[in-house]
Design a protein around this ligand. Structure first.
Ligand SMILES: *[C@@H]1O[C@H](CO)[C@@H](O)[C@H](O)[C@H]1NC(C)=O
Ligand SMILES: *[C@@H]1O[C@H](CO)[C@@H](O)[C@H](O)[C@H]1NC(C)=O
Ligand SMILES: *[C@@H]1O[C@H](CO)[C@@H](O)[C@H](O)[C@H]1NC(C)=O
Ligand SMILES: *[C@@H]1O[C@H](CO)[C@@H](O)[C@H](O)[C@H]1NC(C)=O
Length: 142
């Protein structure tokens, strides 16, 4: 076995596994499922918009619509956008909830540490107990 060959192939294989890919085009971000049914040209045009980090988001949204119109997939694209929007709303809710939970945990910990009728040992136990109760929830929401 030629070692040079392996050296050349391995990074390519890893790259494919590490990135989302549709057909022969690799994407660095999640893409709509229907993209894989489109031509490579359509996929490539989508990629150019998706991966351009200097386009303002409003413009990007308009560019995607133009793209969808060009390739006659406006209905699928709109559905994808609705789904993306609802995921985004859900994510924002989750983050808000997570932050309020962290803030609650923080004030509970302060209360324990300021409680002079507890021993150091009792304070430590109370903090640990709180962490055990709250930590799984915090993880769930992340
Ligand atoms: C990203 O979009 C801007 C504005 O349309 C354009 O000037 C720039 O060349 C694009 N960059 C890449 C890497 O395509
Ligand atoms: C998704 O959200 C953006 C930003 O709020 C909005 O401009 C767009 O119209 C929404 N898309 C759909 C299909 O609801
Ligand atoms: C929001 O949290 C719920 C409940 O933990 C979870 O099922 C959902 O996947 C989260 N959504 C996002 C977009 O993070
Ligand atoms: C301090 O800890 C004791 C024992 O757990 C508890 O009864 C009391 O309510 C606590 N005081 C405050 C101010 O949290």
């Amino acid at each position: 076995m030629n070692h040079l060959y392996l050296v050349l192939i391995l990074p390519a294989v890893l790259a494919v596994q590490l990135h989302n890919h549709v057909g022969f085009i690799r994407f660095t971000q999640p893409v709509p499922d229907f993209l894989s049914t489109l031509s490579l040209k359509a996929q490539y045009d989508y990629k150019v918009i998706l991966e351009n980090e200097t386009i303002p988001l409003n413009t990007k949204s308009a560019d995607f619509k133009k793209w969808a119109n060009t390739y006659n997939v406006m209905t699928q694209y709109t559905q994808y956008e609705i789904q993306q929007n609802s995921t985004k709303v859900q994510m924002e809710k989750n983050v808000t909830q997570l932050i309020s939970q962290l803030s609650l945990v923080n004030s509970q910990i302060s209360k324990i540490l300021e409680n002079g009728s507890l021993s150091i040992k009792e304070q430590r136990e109370a903090v640990n107990e709180l962490a055990e109760q709250q930590y799984p929830k915090v993880i769930d929401l992340s």
